[in-house]
Design a protein around this ligand. Structure first.
Ligand SMILES: [Zn+2]
Length: 211
C-alpha cells in the first residue's frame, strides 16, 4: 500500500520517499504526493530525482509512477519527488469548479445523472444523461451563477469518516470525492462553459478557466 500524502495535504508539492519496487519504467514508492489517476482526475506529472514522471496510475493499493526513461532506481533508494505544480493546481481549480457548476446545472435542469467525467489541466468534461439539447440560455445562467459563487470566496471542507469515505462540501454543495481541491473558491477565478454533444442521449459540459 502506497501512503497517499496528497490525501492529507492537497498542497504538498515536494516530498521524500523510499523506492519499494521498480518494474520496467514503473516506480513504486512507500509514500507519494503524486495523485494517481482515479475518480475522473488525471494522474500527476513531475520528477523523481530529476527524472520525468509522465503519468501516475493506481494498481490495487499500489501507486505506480510511470517514468519517461529508465529511472535507474533500486528498492531501498531514497528519492525526492517534485510535482508539476502549475499543472496540478489548474486541475484542482477545474475539479473544484466542476462541482459548483454541477450544482447550478441541476438548479437549471433538475437532477440529471452524470454518466462520466474527466479533468486534466486543460478542462473538465462531464457527461449527463439528457435527451434534449441543452438550452444555451440555461448554460449561460449556469456559468453566471457559478462565477458569482466562485467570486464570493467560499471555503472548501473535506471530512473523512470512519470508513475512509471523503465527504466534500462547499456552501450548499456536497458529495463524496477523493480528488484534490483548492481551499477557497476565490483561488479559481472565473470559468467558461461549453456544450458538446457526444451522442448516446447525453450532453457534455466542458469547464475551462477564463484567462
Ligand atoms: Zn472532487
Amino acid at each position: 500500500m502506497t501512503v497517499k500524502l496528497y490525501d492529507k495535504d492537497h498542497f504538498l508539492r515536494e516530498f521524500d520517499a523510499q523506492v519499494v519496487g521498480v518494474e520496467d519504467n514503473a516506480v513504486e514508492l512507500n509514500q507519494t504526493a503524486f495523485f494517481a489517476e482515479s475518480g475522473g482526475q488525471a494522474g500527476d506529472t513531475g520528477t523523481l530525482n530529476g527524472v520525468r514522471v509522465a503519468d501516475t496510475q493506481i494498481d490495487g493499493g499500489r501507486i505506480l509512477h510511470f517514468m519517461e526513461s529508465s529511472p535507474g532506481f533500486s528498492p531501498g533508494n531514497r528519492v525526492h519527488g517534485v510535482i508539476d505544480w502549475d499543472r496540478r493546481y489548474r486541475i484542482m481549480k477545474l475539479h473544484t469548479a466542476s462541482h459548483i457548476m454541477e450544482y447550478y446545472l441541476w438548479t437549471q435542469l433538475g437532477y440529471v445523472e452524470r454518466t462520466g467525467s474527466f479533468v486534466d489541466d486543460k478542462k473538465d468534461r462531464a457527461d449527463y444523461r439528457y435527451k434534449e439539447r441543452l438550452d444555451p440560455e440555461k448554460l449561460k445562467r449556469v456559468e453566471e451563477d457559478t462565477n458569482r459563487f466562485l467570486s464570493e470566496g467560499h471555503p472548501i471542507n473535506i471530512q473523512v469518516d470512519d470508513d475512509g469515505i471523503r465527504h466534500w462540501s462547499c456552501g450548499p454543495v456536497e458529495m463524496h470525492c477523493a480528488g484534490t481541491h483548492v481551499r477557497n473558491t476565490r483561488e479559481i477565478g472565473a470559468i467558461k462553459l461549453k456544450r458538446k454533444n457526444p451522442g448516446r442521449g447525453e450532453e457534455r459540459v466542458e469547464t475551462s478557466l477564463a484567462e
